[in-house]
Structures are given as C-alpha cells and as structure tokens.
Design a binder for this molecule. Structure first.
Ligand SMILES: [Zn+2]
Length: 82
C-alpha cells in the first residue's frame, strides 16, 4: 500500500503551519472511512454520493469506497489478499 495519505497529511500540516487561522493550528487529517474486512479493520478513502428521492427533501448520504488510491492510482489491496 502506498504512503500518499501520510505524505499529503505531512504536506498539509506544513502548509497549515504557514497559514493564518483565527485560532492556533492544531492538526489536519485527510478524511477516510473505516472498513471492516473479516476481522481486520482498515481505512480507505472514499467519494461521497448524495441520493435524491422524488418528494423527499432530506437527501441520503452514501459513500463509495475507492478501490485505488485517488492520488497515485495504486490498487488498494484487501487485507486477506495483501
Ligand atoms: Zn497513493
């Protein structure tokens, strides 16, 4: 598995340290979903899908897990096939 998330979080951290916020900067993280495969918990990036139903004001939020890293394209292996 690639290190894109870790590398990007480090770069974002550096950028945030140079940015003026209204309050002191504490930390930054790239949002990921926890995925349970068998007995193994892993994290994956995802895209948000918003489902609209006719006659219903409240939209339904859904997540589509990425099978490949969105930054470098490397396949994200499931724990049992890694
Ligand atoms: Zn990657």
């Amino acid at each position: 598995m690639c290190d894109c998330i870790k590398i990007l979080e480090e770069k974002l951290h550096e950028r945030c340290l140079e940015t003026s916020f209204k309050k002191p900067f504490e930390s930054v993280e790239i949002e990921q979903a926890f995925v349970m495969t068998g007995n193994v918990m892993t994290t994956k990036t995802y895209s948000r899908a918003i489902i609209t139903l006719t006659g219903q004001k409240k939209k339904i939020d859904s997540n589509i897990m990425h099978s490949h890293c969105p930054f470098c394209g490397e396949k994200i292996a499931d724990p049992e096939t890694a």
